[in-house]
Ligand binder design. Structure first.
Ligand code: NAD
Length: 380
């Protein structure tokens, strides 16, 4: 099978969808890769590195895509999705992150052109698909980087230090949402010496918070029906969120660093921190809002900005994972390699077996139809 890897066009994106090592392994599985010139440069790989691994180099996007059966990209979102469709022909398959639950109409657009789409956000949360799960990879990096950014922004040091100039208290750090990113943030803050507490609405998260050395915060609010079958959080009622905000205000007022990661797939992020709660926080405290791209967990967050509200520093990073071009590409590329190897037969041909849960859940458009039931429901 012929695979094309294009140079990413999203502003600020530094990663590439495959590394030379992935290219070499895919060649053994019967795949020929063409990569757009300079696509891996920011991740630390030259065109020569790709040539050495057996890839061809495409001089531009059009040449890279020529004859490709499978096209790989990190982001096929917004205007870039439309631009990509213009370059693709019927029968080609596009694989990347495409925000399918927020933009189900894109699956229809692809189907109308006979283009097949594989939306990486929909990889099922099952054990055999763990090695293909780009959301987990991104969340791991985001959780780590959020703590590093908070450590930069806070006017305090994170660990306790007993010095000749007196004892410095450790930074109190609170992680809201203890999924993949939140648990990684807990572990990173702990390693840097902070005192770490965390909270999640899913009761199952309690054990996981303890397992990374943090203290679970219990709020005195009734546990609603919190978890869906895929392990994701369910959207909560406005009443529950209001009770949660009330109970949370005291906890927040004691923190030096707050990292928020709460998300509901396909929905706006829940508001966990209101402006009134920010007003009760200590001057110099820092909030890093990892949900900024889906509306923010803090009411005051501005996407892509670091703002100061009466002494409280609030950061709403955009695509924080792109700041880790090398390891970010390594994780993404390995996820894609594993998925492609799962999809190709012994002769290296791409085969979609819709009885396979991984195919069933991730392929959104196929042979002119929107085939994914979740997307079909959203389209109505
Ligand atoms: P996510 O990014 O969708 O959300 C982040 C966290 O926010 C979740 O833990 C969620 O419960 C929490 N949250 C949502 N609303 C909240 C609120 N109002 N208050 C506090 N917290 C709130 O989640 P994720 O990191 O992708 O992980 C979701 C689950 O899936 C976790 O249990 C994770 O361990 C599991 N998972 C399983 C696999 C697998 O089996 N292959 C892979 C990855 C993740």
């Amino acid at each position: 099978m012929k695979i094309a890897v294009i140079k990413e066009h999203l502003a600020g994106e530094t990663r590439v969808a495959l590394l030379p090592t992935n290219v070499a392994k895919l060649a053994k599985a019967g795949c020929e890769v063409t990569i757009e010139t300079q696509a891996g440069f920011e991740a630390g790989f030259t065109d020569q590195d790709y040539l050495d691994s057996g890839a061809r180099i495409g001089a531009d996007r059009a040449q890279t895509l020529e004859g490709a059966e499978l096209v790989l990209t990190l982001h096929a979102k917004g205007e870039e999705f439309d631009r990509l469709l213009e370059h693709l022909a019927s029968g080609q398959t596009l694989m990347g992150m495409m925000d399918p639950l927020m933009h189900p109409e894109n699956a229809q657009k692809a189907a109308d052109k006979g283009i097949n789409t594989v939306a990486l956000e929909l990889i099922p949360r099952i054990t055999r698909a763990q090695s293909m799960d780009v959301l987990s990879s991104n969340a791991t990096i985001a959780g780590y980087k959020a703590v590093i950014q908070a450590a930069e922004l806070t006017p305090r040091l994170l660990p306790m230090m007993m010095t000749a100039a007196g004892t410095l208290k450790p930074a109190r750090t609170f992680i809201m949402g203890a999924g993949v990113a939140g648990l990684q943030a807990c572990a990173t803050a702990k390693r840097l010496g902070a005192v770490v507490e965390a909270y999640d609405i899913r009761p199952a998260a309690r054990e996981q918070i303890l397992s990374v050395g943090a203290r679970p915060v219990e709020l005195d609010i009734e546990d609603a029906d919190t978890e869906s079958s895929g392990g994701y959080a369910k959207e909560q009622s406005a009443d529950f969120i209001a009770k949660q905000q009330q109970a949370m205000a005291n906890v927040l007022a004691q923190q030096d660093i707050v990292i928020t990661t709460a998300a509901i797939p396909g929905r706006k992020a829940p508001t966990l921190i209101t402006k009134e709660m920010v007003a009760q926080m200590k001057p110099g405290s820092v909030i890093v809002d990892l949900a900024a791209e889906t509306g923010g967990n803090c009411e005051l967050t501005q996407l892509g900005e670091v703002i100061n509200v009466n002494g409280v520093i609030i950061s709403g990073p955009a695509n924080i994972v792109a700041s880790t071009a090398n390891h970010g590409s390594q994780m993404f590329g390995t996820n894609l390699e594993n998925l492609i190897r799962h999809l190709v037969d012994d002769e290296g041909k791409l085969v979609f077996d819709f009885d396979d849960e991984i195919v069933h859940d991730t392929v959104t458009a196929y042979q002119g139809k929107v085939v994914n039931p979740r997307i079909r429901d959203l389209l109505g």
